[in-house]
Design a binder for this molecule. Sequence first.
Ligand SMILES: [Zn+2]
Length: 646
Amino acid sequence: MKPTVLASALLVAMFGFAPLLAQASPSDTATVPQDQSRSDNVPPPQNIPYPGTMTVSVNATDLDHRIMTVHETIPVKAGPMYLLYPAWIPGDHEPSGPIRKVAGLMIHANGQKLIWTRDKYNVFAFHIDVPSGVSSIDVDFQFLSSQKPDEGSIRMTPEMLDLSWSKVSIYPAGYYAHQIQVIPSVTLPAGWQFGSALEMASHSGNTTTFKPIDYMNLVDSPIFAGKNFVRLDLAPGAKQPVHMDIVGDTPEDIKTTPEQVKALRNIVTQMYKLYGAFHFNHYDFLFSLSDKMSGKGLEHHRSSEDGTHADFFTKWNLKTPHDLLTHEFNHSWDGKYRRPADLWTPNFNVPMGGSLLWVYEGQTQFWGNVVAVRAGLESKDTGLDKLAYVAASYDMDRPGMLTWRNIQDTTNDPVIAQRAPLPYRNYQMSEDYYSGGQMIWLAVDAKLRALSHDKHSLDDFARAFFGMDNGAWNINTYTFADVVSALDKIAPYDWKTFLRTRLDGHEKITDGIAAEGWKLVYTDKPSDIADVLAKRYHAIDFTYSAGFSATDKGGLRDVRWDGPAFKAGLAPGMTIVAVDGKDFSADNMKQAITEAKDGSAPITLLVKNFDEFKTLHVDYHGGLKYPHLVRVDGKPDYLSQLYAPK
Ligand SMILES: [Zn+2]
């Protein structure tokens, strides 16, 4: 999911925040009643074909108002029925369907207006009574996409748009989504081009009609369209083609060099070497490079929505985190094809269970990072510097994990927190199944190598568990017991205890670093990746020293629970104005920490809290500390083997 998180999980580890650009706004989400039994007027989905074929036509030409206009025809029978707006969105793992942006809903039958009523307990369900003699209804509404970031992600700009079918369609209740056939069509601004996993049937003027597809896969097949568009072939001559459809703010932003195209093609070859099978008949990366449209990372079976900064290609740098594309592509195997049994739902209005998100997202976070290095999108040093920050967060910056919460419980967080910013992220914990899962899978990799005397690794698990049935793109569900059994076949061991100890426990989960032959250390120099991200996000990081992160203007972002700054009275709502009698700046703060090292005088901070100023004293004398990984001489270097191209 989305979370897109990719670079954001790293930013959380480093600076205690994720940029809004890559995050769903809390106001982008909606809720369903907790007591599902009270919505029992809505018929549960049955695994039988829905009679007839729906049409969904979207007009996406009103870029100035950022409105998409929807017209649907739905075959019906006389009598009562419910129509549903998708709530539980695959990849979001939460009821995030933005129903508050649906307006102007009108339903007609034979030209006569039908009265609809919303279900009393399920705001996503609309009840109608279909009169006798009616075999089809017309449904019209507008989707009012965000005008400002605080309304949710920006999905339409003068240059591009992101059309997600779950946002621009409603569908009949009572049937499995894959049993409902749909003919979709879209009208785009004149001269625009688009990318999608949908297969085209016909084209007339600016309207494209696609081949019929079931509703489950329609929702899984979004469209990126734009004025500035280019399509790259990432697997020339392959039986299962892979393309990258790029939209950009400017024609310059979407230009690529041969070196860049080579690295992008490496993603496909490295992923195939990892899994030995593709779970699609064709695949499209839908890639937006924009400083106007919000960033995104959302996986699909035969495509992914990948959105990042406009300068991705123009400021190409192997010291920048580039695991967005590898993360979302990895989900085609881990998440879309192999799906946790409790995360699979028959339609988009049945609640999901996230108990195995530490596999779905955790192992995807693991491979997304590894394959980014294997493919040459990041240098090995960058990959290891990123890993150091993840390890450091579980070494020092998860006080909540040592006391009250564990990785398993965080799998509930898509529903609990819905990506809302949190007051004390380090103590509350949030979607720690991403990077906590990454640490656990690193420990599994090392254990597999040790048990098999370096003959097997997590690569073997990935191939065995996710890589079967080349070409199949159905959904193949699994349970915790299946994961344990697959590991046991590669190297017999008490994997259940190994995993449960780390998932349910309150110990640091950094043991994989040492088991891979490396050691987490802290020095007074930040790594290159820390400098790159600090510049981009105007952030400064004293998490592992004084115990806080802030903007470069002193606005506190995260304060480590019970850390030196916390004990001095600092809180995330405050702004640091001065340090040791000088204006606050990153350099002055560094100097103050350095001067306080090994002495007894505290660091003196002037802070502003609402309209009050006060002086606080931080009793910290450990000097500057930034995480790095270093080799342990004499132990096998599993980590270098893991990150080496295959
Ligand atoms: Zn993901």
